[in-house]
Design a protein around this ligand. Structure first.
Ligand SMILES: [Zn+2]
Length: 185
């Protein structure tokens, strides 16, 4: 059995504790059967051995699904094609049997080690206070994000920026266009 407790990597940066609420509808997330996604974007300052959380949040499945509907069909299709062409499906399945720490240590697409990524995003699919290991947590390097952005329509990018602006007011120098959460079920 894999350890499926939610690692600290996915705790809220603000509270240093597990996320309790959906960022969109405020639904309570830690009931046993409640499914949700956690997404966190991190910048690495290798030289200073420091990390900076650019943003993080949890979103319930209903809200994630609503947001997915806002993504244009073309953008969604291009992203799916990208993952089909670039993701090692066998390796992805093996992640179900690896520890979350191991899964997060390198980019799911490029295999780049976390420490070598100037920025990266991590994703977890959770159920209550546990990880859903059928869809194990993963990390996507900044390099992949840069390859994804040109595949997205302007409308999709506007939608994503709208979401970011609604919920976060980060230092603009830290902001990058953000690809939508990639729920790979
Ligand atoms: Zn919600």
């Amino acid at each position: 059995m894999t350890d499926n407790h939610i690692p600290k990597d996915f705790h809220s940066f603000e509270s240093d504790a597990p996320f309790e609420r959906c960022i969109q509808c405020n639904k309570y997330l830690l009931d046993d059967d409640t499914e949700y996604i956690i997404e966190k974007a991190v910048k690495n300052y290798e030289r200073y051995e420091a990390k900076d959380v650019v943003f993080d949040y949890a979103i319930c499945m209903d809200c994630a699904e609503e947001m997915r509907k806002e993504i244009s069909k073309e953008s969604w299709q291009s992203m799916m094609n990208y993952f089909q062409q670039n993701m090692d499906v066998h390796a992805r399945l093996q992640m179900q049997n690896q520890s979350p720490t191991e899964n997060l240590s390198k980019c799911m697409i490029k295999n780049t080690h976390m420490d070598q990524c100037s920025e990266y995003q991590i994703y977890a699919h959770c159920r209550g206070n546990k990880l859903n290991m059928e869809n194990p947590p993963y990390m996507i390097s900044g390099e992949v994000m840069e390859e994804l952005i040109p595949l997205l329509s302007e409308k999709t990018i506007d939608e994503m920026n709208g979401f970011m602006n609604k919920h976060f007011s980060p230092d603009p120098s830290l902001m990058e266009p953000i690809p939508p959460r990639l729920v790979l079920l």
